[in-house]
Design a protein around this ligand. Sequence first.
Ligand code: GDP
Ligand code: MG
Length: 456
Amino acid sequence: MQQELKEAPRRAVMAAVQLPNVSDTEFDASLTELRELAKTLGFVVVQCFVQKRGGFDTTGYLGVGKRQEIRDYVTAAPRLEADEGIPLTAPESSEIDMIFVDHEISPSQARNLELETGCEVMDRTMVILEIFHRNARSRAAKAQVEIARLGYMAPRLREAAKLAGPQGRQRSGMGGRGAGESHTELDRRKIRDRIAELQLEIVAMEAERKTQRARRQGRQSLAGVALVGYTNAGKSTLMRALTGSEVLVANKLFATLDTTVRTLYPESVPRVLVSDTVGFIKNLPHGLVASFKSTLDEALDASLLLHVIDASDPGFERQREVTDAVLAEIGADEVPRLRIFNKIDHVGDADAQAAHTAALQAQYPDCIVMSARRPEDVARLHKRIVAFFQQDLIEAQVHLPWSAQQLRKELYAQCEVLDEQGDETGALFRVRGEPEAIERLQALAGGATAASPADE
Ligand SMILES: Nc1nc2c(ncn2[C@@H]2O[C@H](COP(=O)(O)OP(=O)(O)O)[C@@H](O)[C@H]2O)c(=O)[nH]1
Ligand SMILES: [Mg+2]
């Protein structure tokens, strides 16, 4: 997300073969998803090339004619000198430097497509691997993604070595078939050994992670909300709407946190952190299931899950089921959850929307039916989130001696101050906040008196 804000998107095209057993709806959904995945990697897809075929072309995935069409399109786009100093502020004037292919293709198909079009090629699996790679936080998740990457690379390295020869062209690739990776060193056996090693590490880390989580839950100092759900459900849009301006990114406290974590805005007491997770993917290659689940780990650390569902997607019921099942598998079914049926504005006319809303509310009594595009709906969701975190708040008194005034800022950040009165020893605050936060402040204030008697 932050990447989207920092850099102008790179331009790309998509290419897809529609096989006979794939319906138009399925095909379109897959392309929409690939477009969103590409966006996550910082690309804007400007053109889509599709072809109905009985099977993939063995040489270049698409037929010769279609490849020629892509080449013509790509070469017609103006070329810019690759000058790193100049930001591409006007994406429409820049060249197209990537082709996203909506299937997993062989290394020779990818290579031929690259040679014929002059564009780098990323297939669906590589795109997803790259996203997982960027999203993996825990060591276990990183190891899981590495296993998937090695599995993807293994057959490709041999093929690439054959194709490239000694002075073969180096790819500037972002994914598995990375540049500079020595084909000869990483032979099949080494990859197999490495995978076995990683699997052992994962088993060991699982146990460690459980204890860490238990410890963290004991502290529970940050109120965290995690957005989960399928790609394209509107998670990032909601994240932006709920956290407001990008200015907050620069906020010092959170600069150390992950880039996908922002504070809820307008700010609340307690301060709520919102994080975006890697989305569920409709066409997830089966080899990537384990790494996906691992990458979703951070959902476990949230106090509240916002499960975002695209209410306008005909397959939304099935998606809700899959999400619920996977969350249960990773142990996140114990985290309180708020179901959000989003994109209600995208469901037919006003009558259809009202009927759909009523049906959803009957079926899921606590759900929110909304549109991320309506500020009043976002405000309603904001209120629900704040209410969730405020249900456990207590009122208490905190006495800050004059020697402990450095705690004042923290007190204001963590509690709602209802009243403040000064006397000769310090200031007495009446506050509302989380019991743990208040206890901690009271302890700190008390400790400060004991350790350093008044300066004056
Ligand atoms: N009509 C409509 N479109 C939405 C809504 N929320 C998100 N979108 C669009 O849906 C697409 C996917 O949204 P995004 O936030 O990237 O989904 P994510 O993959 O879950 O992060 C984008 O084109 C959004 O503009 C909504 O409430 N209504
Ligand atoms: Mg997103």
